[in-house]
Write a protein of this length. Structure first.
Lengths: 315, 283
C-alpha cells in the first residue's frame, strides 16, 4: 500500500485496528478493546483529515490505491456485461462501459478506468480517453435512452487525452457529442465523482440529473498543475492553484455544482473499499428513487434546469 | 461578383489626412508594409497574401449583418467573482480592465440582425475581452441566444474566437459547456439551423462544447481549432507538432468541418446556406 506523508498517523492506527481485528477473531476477550480502538481510530482519522488542504485532497483523489470504476462495478452490480468499441475506429480502455443490474434492475454503466499495474496503466492511458472512449460513452448513452435504462457514471480522470491522434480524430467534437447525448437522454442519470474530475474529459460523463462527489473527490476546469503553469509559469505552485480554484467537495456543494457529498470511510475510500462502496450504493439508490417518478420529458427538463441554473453573474 | 468594401470607420477628417504621412502596418503573413487603410477597407484581410488578421466584433457586424445593424440582447449581463479569485491581480480588476478596453461588459455579443433580409439570431465573441474566454456570463448569453432563437423561430449564426473556459471562474466555467450544449440541443429539436463559424482561435471548452456541433461548421482559413492547446500537447507527447496541425485545413482534411471560407465570402456563403436550411423568411 502506498502511503502519502500526511496519511501516516492514520494509516498506522488503522493498521493496528486491522491487526487487532484478526486477533479478536480467535479471542473473544479482545472484542471490547477492538471496539474502543476502532472508535478512537475513526475519531482521530476524522480529526486529522478535517484539516487537509485542497492540494492534499487532490493527492487523495489520485491515490494509487483508491477504488476505481471496476472496483465499484464488482461490489455494486450483478450481471455485469462489459460493452466495447465506438463502432467507428477503436476500443478505448480508458473508459469502461457496460450493462449491469443494480438492486435487481438493469442499468447502463459508464466510467473512467485508471490502471493498477504499470502495464494496465499504459493500456488504460491513465484514465485519459481518446475520442474513441468518449464516442463509446456516447453510444451507450443513446442506447440506454432507447431501452429506458438509467445511466450511472463514475468520473475519475485527469482529463481527456491531449495528443496528435486525439486531435486528428476530433476530441472536441467527441466531448461535445457526449454533452449533447447526455442532455437528450430520456432516462435518469446519476454521476459520481469517485476520484479526479479533470475538465472536459470529466464533464463528458457529468451531465446528470444528480451529481455526487466522494468526500475526497475533486472537480476542476483545469488541473492545479496546468493552472499554476499558466498563471505563474511554475507547475510546482500547484498547491496554491488547488486552493484558488475551489475544487474540493465542500466548494463544489457550495457552488451548486454537485448535489451531495458521499462520505468516505476513515482515512479515505482506499482504506476500506467495501465500506466506500456501501456508501456510494446508498447515495445512488436514494438518487434513483427520487428520480423514478419523473417522465422521460421531465427527466430531460430536470437536467436542463439543473445546469441552466449554474453560474454567477450580475443581471 | 462584388467584394465587400469597407468604409474606414472611426477616423475623422484629420486622421485621414495623416495617411499620407505614414500610418502603415506590416502584414503578419507576408511581411509587406501597406497603408493601414488597405487592411481596414478589406476587413483585415491582407490584400497581398490573403492573411486573415483578427477582425473586431464591430467589423464582423459590418461585414455580415445588413447595414451592420444588431438589435443587441442582454448587453447588461456582467461577470462577478464567485471564487474570489486572484493570481496576483484580482479577477474583478482584470474584468474592469477588459471592460474598459473592449467597451463591453463581457466577451460576447448576442442579438437579432438580418442577413440578406433574413432575420437571424447572432452571436459574436469579443476575443479582445480576456481571450474570448467562457465564464458564467458568456455561457448564459449563449444559452439565451439558443433559447430566444427557438422562441422567435430564428436560425443561429455564432462566430467563435475563444481560448476556452475562463479559469478565473473555475468549475463554474466548465459547467457552462453543459448548459450551452443543452440549449443547442433545444434548437435542434425546434428544427432550426445552427451555423457555427470558427475563427482564430477556437480551443478548449468552447471547441469541446457547442463549436463543433453546428449543422454546418465553417472556418476561416488557417484558424487554430482544437481541444488542447499546441503547447499542452507538445509538453505531453514531447514531440514537435507537424506544420499546419490543428489549423482549419487540417480539420477539413480530418472531417471535422464542412467548409473553409474566406472572410470576404462569409456573408454570401452563410446566406446561401441559410437559404437551403431555412426557416423561410417572413412574408
Ligand atoms: Zn500579407
Amino acid at each position: 500500500m502506498y502511503v502519502l506523508p500526511f496519511e501516516k498517523p492514520v494509516v498506522e492506527l488503522l493498521t493496528r485496528v486491522k491487526d487487532l481485528r484478526e486477533l479478536a477473531k480467535s479471542d473473544q476477550r479482545l472484542t471490547t478493546e477492538l471496539r474502543r480502538l476502532e472508535d478512537k481510530a475513526g475519531k482521530l482519522a476524522r480529526e486529522l483529515f478535517a484539516d487537509l488542504s485542497p492540494w492534499q485532497k487532490v493527492q487523495l483523489s489520485r491515490h494509487p490505491n483508491r477504488p476505481y470504476t471496476l472496483d465499484y462495478v464488482e461490489t455494486l452490480f450483478t450481471d455485469w456485461m462489459e460493452l466495447s468499441g465506438d463502432r467507428r475506429y477503436a476500443e478505448d480502455a480508458a473508459i469502461v462501459c457496460g450493462l449491469a443490474k443494480f438492486h435487481g434492475k438493469s442499468v447502463a454503466v459508464v466510467g473512467h478506468q485508471k490502471g493498477r499495474s504499470t502495464k494496465d496503466k499504459v493500456t488504460r492511458n491513465f484514465g485519459q480517453a481518446h475520442p474513441e472512449g468518449n464516442r463509446k460513452a456516447c453510444r451507450i448513452y443513446e442506447m440506454a435512452s432507447r431501452f429506458g435504462l438509467p445511466i450511472l457514471t463514475f468520473i475519475d480522470t485527469p482529463g481527456a487525452y491531449p495528443g496528435i491522434g486525439a486531435e486528428e480524430r476530433g476530441q472536441s467534437e467527441a466531448i461535445g457529442a457526449c454533452l449533447a447525448a447526455m442532455s437528450r437522454a430520456e432516462v435518469p442519470i446519476v454521476a459520481t465523482i469517485i476520484g479526479e474530475g479533470g475538465s472536459g474529459g470529466a464533464l463528458a460523463l457529468g451531465v446528470a440529473n444528480r451529481v455526487h462527489v466522494l468526500e475526497y473527490g475533486t472537480y476542476s476546469v483545469i488541473s492545479p498543475e496546468g493552472c499554476a503553469s499558466i498563471l505563474w509559469k511554475d507547475g510546482s505552485k500547484a498547491d496554491e492553484a488547488a486552493t484558488r480554484l475551489k475544487i474540493t467537495a465542500p466548494d463544489l456543494l457550495r457552488l451548486g455544482v454537485v448535489d451531495c457529498i458521499v462520505d468516505e470511510p476513515a482515512g479515505g475510500a482506499h482504506q476500506d473499499p467495501a465500506a466506500a462502496a456501501r456508501l456510494v450504493d446508498t447515495a445512488l439508490w436514494t438518487a434513483l428513487r427520487e428520480l423514478e417518478g419523473l417522465s422521460p420529458a421531465e427527466l430531460v427538463a430536470d437536467r436542463y434546469q439543473r445546469f441552466r441554473a449554474i453560474g454567477a453573474l450580475l443581471a | 461578383m462584388t467584394w465587400p468594401q469597407r468604409k474606414p470607420a472611426g477616423l475623422d477628417a484629420s486622421e485621414k489626412k495623416s495617411f499620407g504621412k505614414g500610418v502603415f502596418r506590416k502584414c503578419d503573413g507576408c511581411d509587406e508594409t501597406l497603408p493601414a487603410e488597405d487592411f481596414e477597407v478589406n476587413f483585415e484581410v491582407c490584400p497581398k497574401c490573403g492573411k486573415h488578421h483578427k477582425l473586431s466584433a464591430d467589423g464582423w457586424r459590418e461585414l455580415v449583418l445588413d447595414d451592420g445593424k444588431l438589435d443587441e440582447w442582454d448587453a447588461h449581463l456582467a461577470p462577478t467573482d464567485p471564487l474570489q479569485f486572484t493570481d496576483g491581480k484580482a479577477y474583478p480588476d482584470r474584468i474592469a480592465t477588459a471592460q474598459k478596453n473592449a467597451g463591453a461588459k463581457e466577451a460576447i455579443e448576442i442579438g437579432r440582425g438580418h442577413l440578406d433580409g433574413r432575420p437571424i439570431a447572432w452571436g459574436s465573441f469579443l476575443f479582445a475581452f480576456m481571450g474570448g474566454s467562457m465564464g458564467s456570463v458568456v455561457g448564459e448569453k449563449i444559452t439565451r441566444l439558443f433559447e430566444r432563437a427557438v422562441t422567435e423561430r430564428l436560425p443561429v449564426v455564432l462566430l467563435q474566437a475563444s481560448g476556452g473556459a475562463r479559469m478565473q471562474e473555475g468549475i463554474l466555467s466548465l459547467m457552462q459547456m453543459a448548459k450551452t450544449v443543452g440549449a443547442r440541443e433545444r434548437l435542434r429539436d425546434a428544427g432550426l439551423p445552427f451555423m457555427s463559424v470558427l475563427l482564430h482561435p477556437t480551443t478548449g471548452g468552447v471547441a469541446a462544447s457547442f463549436a463543433l456541433l453546428g449543422d454546418v461548421n465553417i472556418a476561416e482559413p488557417k484558424a487554430l481549432i482544437g481541444f488542447a492547446g499546441p503547447r499542452v500537447i507538445e509538453s505531453t507527447i514531447r514531440q514537435t507538432l507537424p506544420e499546419g496541425f490543428q489549423r482549419s485545413e487540417f480539420l477539413l482534411a480530418h472531417g471535422m468541418i464542412d467548409r473553409i471560407c474566406s472572410r470576404l465570402e462569409m456573408k454570401r456563403e452563410l446566406s446561401v446556406l441559410l437559404g437551403h436550411l431555412g426557416p423561410q423568411a417572413h412574408g
